[in-house]
Each structure stands twice: as structure tokens, then as C-alpha cells.
Design a protein around this ligand. Sequence first.
Ligand SMILES: [Zn+2]
Ligand SMILES: [Zn+2]
Length: 550
Amino acid sequence: MTTIDHLDAATVRTVAESHGVCIRPLLRELTDTVTGETRVVAIPCGSTRGRVCGPCADKARRLRMQQCREGWHRDHEDEPTEVDGRDQEEEGSAVEAASRRVRSTRRRQDAPDLPRVPSESRTIGKQLTSPSGKTYRPSMFLTLTLPSYGKVLDDGTPTDPSTYDYRRAALDAMHFSKLVDRFWQNLRRCAGYRVQYFSAVEAQHRLAPHLHAAVRGVISRSVVLQVIAASYHQVWWPDFDQVVYPDLRVPVWDERMVGYVCPYSGALLPTWEEALDQLDVELEADPARRPAHVVRFGKQADYKWLIAHSPRTSKVVGYLTKYLTKSVAETYGEHLTSRQQAHLDRVNEQTRWLPCSPECANWLRYGIQPRDAEPGLEPGACGRAAHDAANLGYGGRRVLVSRQWTGKTLTEHRADRAEVVRQVLAEAGIGREDLDQFAADATDHQGVARYAWKSVNANELTLALWRAAVLTLIRQRTRWREQYERAKQAGSTTPRPPDNQPKPGLRPGGQGWPKAIAQRREAPLTTWPENPPSNVGRRRPPAIGKEQDS
Ligand SMILES: [Zn+2]
Ligand SMILES: [Zn+2]
């Protein structure tokens, strides 16, 4: 028993938060293959959700701000690159669709009637010169919304829930990311250059997703509005407006038939492919047949010009990333009124039971076997993100960044930030071992084969282990901060990014600083062999780097 064991959890948490230290770290076993020494190391959880881990979510948000700022007003092109990944994707999917079905012929006629402008290969905006001779390079900030589903009050809830179109609202949210993709494709066709963007999906007060986007360069307002109005996405799925199995008796898997059968007749349900073939037949017989769903933008759109490095631009960067630490559904904050709760429940009721994708278990309700059907599917229990109550039907990525925005992945942006600190320390002659060890989530960057990382056995979480892990991180953080400050005072002029300034927190040994932390210099976890090592919190850190849209 050490004194640390007597610190209450709330105190440890407060101290951790005031130092920007992860409150639910993961534990990993680190082996030095040269010396054979093994120890347990705490690694920040890396969550992007404030509810899960405030300090990590804040750090992730600041990284996004940096990414947003860095790409917005670029004035130079990167090395010539190959074709943008997104465009390759478009072409690939068009070819695939064309070779498949009659339906696809219709789909290819989707391209809206928009002026097509020859495209230059540049990704940066044009520099303009004012009459006074001053030059500037403007950019855009856009907001795209979905249409109205019925009148709403100031609190975001419908005036009349019985006429509010919840089904359409849910389907629009589920297909919102496809619509946004179409928008960027269409905009590039009309813009004359390879438009780059940094965008974030948020929920409006009425609980419909909308998109905020920083766009490099400027396109005229009338063209942008024209593209918004002309963009749409058609969902060519079998119709699903009639629920065939509404109650608890849903289709069951039949081993003998190798598929789902009707619970009443025992007849095999049509497979996904058969249902699509049927759709083709119907399309040929009736060219006016409509797709199962069409999603378009609403009339509300926001369009602004911004100038590089102006205070207004910084404000917008903050605004764009403001809600990234919250889930889409947290738009009403902590305390919902009964009307808001009821509205949220009605949205979730829809998003739970509608099909999210061809593979969705909810197709069984409509008498169709989902694509690649397997035993164990249960309507209302599809595990895909669109049905998650936190997402309000939107199952896509929260942050969508085009490939040539900065030309860097999030991991590379993260390394940039670490490098600033590293330079200061190096100039003052301080070794980088501590820093590298702390940046355990960036081990692949070091490329050092000397250290072997292993997950720690997932035994049950103990409060003592959690405390020890968090306190280790606090101690490390404090030590570096001291080193960093000393190094800076020693004459280094290397700047620190404005969003990476030290937080005013408890000073080591100062008022409110727990004695137990001050007394211990070494990581306590290494001295606890009698304790079964354990994973604390989530088992795997989320791969933030993969959020990069590509
Ligand atoms: Zn964390
Ligand atoms: Zn689903």
C-alpha cells in the first residue's frame, strides 16, 4: 500500500484534466530487447469524445484545428501528385456500376445539368489584387443543410410531431454522406480547379445533420448555389415503404435452404440479388419508376468569403471544430426538455428500423434477404454506425478532408507538433527518450525495433491500477513541461504552436498538488509486479489517423 492508493478518484481525475492528461489510459507492456528489461507503460486513450475522455478529445480537436488552418489558405502547390484518390474512386464505381445492371444505365444519367468548365490542375485559390494594389487570396466557408421535414420551434422540436416527416428525415441523414460526395464532384466540374476542403458534420437543433466546410479558393456564389440546388443522390434499392414483418415474428434462418425463410409459410425470401433483378425488370417495364429514395439539400445554405490570417478566419476555424468532441446526438446538451427527449426518441425509432445498407438486417422486415446474409441477423439490431443513437442516422465520418488539403495525414500533423517540442529539448541538450516513450501511440514513427510493445492481459479493471496509470502520465507530463520551460529559458527561440501552449494547471508542489505525486519520481507501475497487469478502459485506442478522408 502506498500513499497513492489513498488518493480519491475524483482528485486524480481533476489533476489529470487540469494537466491535459488522459483520464482512462491503456496499459501496454514495453520490452527493451537489448537489455531484456520489461515494464508496463500507460498510453493515452486517444478518444475524440469529450464524454469519454476530455483531455484526449481536446487534444484531438486542437490537432484538427491545426489541420484546418494549415490547408485553408495555402499559396503553393505540393509536388505534382497522381490523380486525386476521390476522383479515382468516382471513376471506379461508375465503371463497376455500368457493367452490372440495367439500373446502372439510369444511374449514369444522374449527372445534373450543370455548366462544365475545363479543369486546371491547381488546388490553390487565385490571388486577387484590389484597386489599391493590395493582394489577397480569399477562401470560402460553406454550410449545407437538408430540407425541411415540418415546422420546428426554437427548441428544435416539431410544432406538430404527427405531421413531421421523421421517415424522410432519417433516410436523408442515412444517405447524407453520399449527397455530400455528389456535391464535391459536381462543384469540381464547375469550379475550374481541383477544389480542396476541410469539412465537419454536425447536427442542427432539429437533429438533422448539416455540413460546415472550409474550401480553398473562391467560386462565385451563383455557381455554388446552382451546384447545391442541382446535387442529389438516388437510392436504387428495392422499395421498402411496406413493412412485411412488422411484429416479433420475423424471418428465420433455415439451414436446409441456406437462407432466411418466411416464419409463416417457410418459403425462402428473395435474396438481395434477386430483389435487384426484379427492380431491373420493373425499370424496363416502367421507365418512370422512381428510386426507393432521393436525397437533396435544403434551401438554407451559407456562403462566406474569408481572407487568410484574419481574426474572422481564426474564429471560423474554432467554429468548424467546436463540436467535434461531442457526438452528433449531443446537440441539446446535458439537460433535455421532455419535448426534446421525445423528438430525439422519435428520430432514433426511425433510424433503428430503416435499412442502412444492402447488408442491413432490417431488410428482413421488408421480406428481403440482405446482401451476404448469414445466420443470426436480427432486425433492429444491425450494428452499423447509422443506427447508433449517438449518430442520428448519420453513419459517416465526422470530419471529411480532401486529400490535397494539406497533403498530410493526421499522424503527420501530430508528428509536426511533437517535433516543435523535441527541437526545443534537443537544443537544450535534453534527450528524447522520455518524449518518445510518451509518444507511445506513435511508435511506428520511430521505427525503432529495439522496443517491443505488447498488450497487457485484459483482466478486470482495478481502481488502483487506473490511479497508478493516470498518475504516471501526470508525472511524465509535469517533468516534460519543466524540461521544456527550462529549455526555452535557456535561450531557444523555437516557437510553440499557439494551440499547444501549456495550460494553466496545478503547479508541481504548489497549492492543491497532491503530495503523493510530488514524492514519487519513478513510474509506479514498474514496481507492482504483484498486481496483475490490466487494460484500463477501452482495449484499443481509436485509430484517429484513419479518419482522414481518402
Ligand atoms: Zn484519454
Ligand atoms: Zn443497418
